[in-house]
Design a protein around this ligand. Structure first.
Ligand code: ATP
Ligand code: MG
Length: 421
């Protein structure tokens, strides 16, 4: 019987792992510069957490969650996103008492039961930040700047950063109401997809976010700017833009950006990449000023984003297999049984000195050992034969220059370290 990966999941193989590690390292380095600390939350949470935060009538909760009942009759879901678990952790662990303002980041897998296609997986990976505990527009700007910096460090080019202002909860209600009226008009409703016909009544903002082309056309034809923002929210957004202008971040204000999660208020943003085709969003985020208090915490503002690593690597044109494969500094090639024992000891010494090295476990001929060394892209081959053992030395061959020198066993590590610096 042959087992296969579950639909919509994939193995990240050694040939592409360096791209992931580079991306993760770049993210960690960037976040450190902005004062963010890593947090790791479980991949499973109570299902209620997501219903309450992301929202009952969102695609994520309605159709995309991997939910199950465990043996103790508890409703559990694989996390579809990172914000709600982090807010849960912030409150559960009383981080709020430690310091009510927290800058946190995460890297890890998320799970959504979507139809798998290019750039859309059921287990995908996100890197994101959450800054909890401030209402300042400077924070929205900083979060957007960090996302732009992250995309740059991943090598994603030609993305557009679209911003919108959803206003506070009251403003959103006003917008919702006028959208409901608009979408309930017969001539408009008849043009919407079945999902949007339902959304028009239950969550009309989501209609603006529909990916179906005909809905996009209807929305753009009938929904023009409506006045729903209060003075405070208008000013907040203007200030965010001013901070972005100050550091010359490019953006476009787009009234159709709403995000598929209910908790967003005020600033929302999305970075998209034309080259990605239908799945063109590489990252998105926004402010969520009511989530902390809705979850039983203090009334305090927060802002964050998530970038999809799988999609960002595609957008950056990273091709699997371009780099990768194990690489070693030294390939140790013993000739004969005695030499193999000596080589085993040498390997241990070299590795203890920080030198990466490997050996052929099958004791093959020198020729095939040299082939293995080539495969591993070894910079040096250390040949150990009976003669060498007698003399207390080994032959060190530079695979690039083909130059070969004899080095005594007790000086090997120092000599190699000197050559590879
Ligand atoms: P989309 O519009 O593509 O469905 P989304 O609005 O559901 O995206 P978010 O919840 O904002 O996405 O997640 C942030 C980022 O995570 C996305 O911009 C994308 O890069 C990535 N992402 C989301 N869902 C998937 C998925 N199923 N497979 C791969 N990446 C994903
Ligand atoms: Mg989605």
């Amino acid at each position: 019987m042959k087992y296969k990966t579950i639909r919509g999941t994939r193995d990240i193989l050694p040939a592409e792992i360096s791209q992931w590690q580079d991306a993760e390292n770049a993210a960690r380095e960037l976040f450190k510069r902005y004062g963010y600390s890593e947090i790791r939350t479980p991949v499973m949470e109570e299902t209620g957490l997501f219903i309450k935060s992301v929202g009952e009538d969102t695609d994520i909760v309605k159709k995309e969650m991997f939910s199950f009942r465990d043996r103790g009759e508890r409703d559990i879901s694989l996390r579809p996103e990172g914000t709600a678990p982090i807010v849960r952790a912030y409150l559960e662990n009383n981080l709020v008492n430690l310091n009510p303002f927290q800058k946190l980041y995460y890297i890890g897998p998320m799970f959504r039961a979507e139809r798998p296609q290019a750039g859309r997986l059921r287990q995908f990976h996100q890197v994101g930040i959450e800054a909890i505990g401030s209402n300042s527009p400077a924070l929205d700007a900083e979060v957007i700047i960090v996302m732009a910096g992250l995309l740059d460090s991943f090598g994603v080019k030609n993305y557009t950063m679209k911003l919108n202002n959803l206003g506070c909860a009251d403003d959103k209600k006003k917008l919702s109401k006028s959208l409901k009226e608009l979408f309930s008009k017969k001539e408009v409703a008849s043009l919407l997809c079945d999902d949007c016909k339902r959304r028009a009544a239950t969550n009309p903002l989501r209609v603006l976010d529909c990916k179906i082309e005909s809905c996009k056309v209807v929305v753009r034809k009938y929904f023009k700017e409506v006045e729903f923002l209060c003075a405070d929210c208008k000013k907040h957004f203007d200030d965010v833009l001013k901070f972005l202008d100050l550091v010359k971040i490019k953006y476009a204000v787009d009234p159709y950006i709403v995000r598929g999660l209910d908790y967003y208020t005020r600033t929302v943003f999305e970075a998209s990449c034309g080259s990605l085709g239908a799945q063109n969003a590489v990252g998105a985020g926004g402010r969520y000023d009511n989530l902390i208090s809705d979850m039983g915490g203090p009334v305090t503002g927060a802002c964050g984003f998530a970038v999809g690593i799988d999609r960002a690597l595609i957008a950056a044109g990273k091709v699997p297999g371009e780099t990768g494969g194990a690489k070693v500094d030294v390939f140790v090639a013993p000739l004969g049984e005695e030499a193999y024992k000596k080589a085993f000891l040498v390997l241990a010494d070299l590795r203890a000195s920080g030198i990466s090295c490997d050996i052929d476990y099958e004791s093959r001929s020198l020729k095939s050992q040299m082939r293995s060394a080539d495969k591993l892209k070894a910079r040096f081959v250390l040949i150990i034969g009976d003669d060498e053992i007698k003399k207390g030395e080994a032959a060190l061959r530079n695979m690039q220059t083909k130059e070969q020198v004899c080095v005594s066993f007790d000086k090997l590590a120092a000599a190699i370290n000197g050559k590879i610096e």
